[in-house]
Design a protein around this ligand. Sequence first.
Ligand code: NAD
Ligand code: TYD
Length: 337
Amino acid sequence: MKNLLVTGGAGFIGSNFVRMVLAEYTDYLVVNLDKLTYAGNLKNLDGFLDYPNHKFVKGDICDGKLIEKLIDQYKIDCLINFAAESHVDRSIIAPKDFIDTNVTGTLTLLQAAVDRKIKKFVQISTDEVYGALGAEGKFTEQTPLSPNSPYSASKASADHLVGAFGHTFGLKYNITRCSNNYGQFQFPEKMIPLMINNALNDKELPIYGDGLYIRDWLYVYDHCAAVWKVLIEGKKNQVYNIGGCNEKTNLEVVRIILDRLGKPESLIKHVKDRPGHDRRYAIDASKIMNELGWKPSVTFEEGIVETIDWYLNNKTWLDNVVSGDYKKYYEQMYKGR
Ligand code: NAD
Ligand code: TYD
């Protein structure tokens, strides 16, 4: 199990995963397939792009011929699928892109994995497939799938396809369902980097609705370590929830950011809510903790300080990604809200 095909490895979580593997597991080959959409950025792989055990390929997971060629050429053993359209707000404006990549793309990868007899397929999914929680309870792996947004519906469809390929064609797989990630190289459409960027520029922080929505924040390094555990030790055809054990309201998160940056709370602006906004996500991660011995290494209070400082120290990266198309996106999403 030494030759890995990682898809979406120029995005936020995928690039952190690729860096981790290249730095820590040097006897592995990583073939990194990414379409380089607005969310994919080779700058996320600075310093690692030319490693001898890293092959970057620009391409689409919907391109079956390319996938088969890469599997044959690099004698791929395992496939880890991070590639996705990943932002809920965009899925409300343009759902079709989500079906194309998240459903058809995953199907294409599954077909190639079965045809080429891949040893293991790891699907990176999300806790959002379970729907929303009220004030009590947590998602377990047994919670029925009940997705609410076009994004989460597309991810749930992909999860069902993975399970079906295991059941029908004997594909060996794992599915991971993680909570909201934060950390270095996250595209500033997602809440934490968007709020950091706005605060740094003394712009308003757009809080949807009452700001009492709750997410269970997971530091991206902890997520990557968990995915590695699942890849190496995950039991056949099992689903693993991965959570940070850090439930926070959105208002709590932005207050921590403002405090760290020395900016006033008057920057907070409550804006029109997201349609269909899920109230609360919380993960019961006891299965991966008990079976595979994984646990988060940092609290939110520790991880968020490291994250804010990373954005402060990488202003050029941030300034580059918020130029061009980002401005149009921001205008479309937030103007008149
Ligand atoms: P991201 O949007 O930062 O990166 C996605 C990457 O996939 C980009 O590099 C993009 O270029 C690539 N991509 C998109 N369409 C592609 C296609 N058709 N072919 C090849 N590459 C393509 O996303 P992320 O936040 O890194 O999320 C990675 C995975 O984790 C996704 O599957 C997402 O659903 C899941 N996830 C993310 C979070 C989170 O908090 N970010 C939480 C739960 C689950
Ligand atoms: P987001 O980072 O988009 O992740 P997800 O919707 O997948 O959980 O949003 C996290 C939370 O922050 C969610 O409750 C929506 C909220 N939010 C805002 O209040 N304002 C914003 O500008 C954004 C992008 C998100």
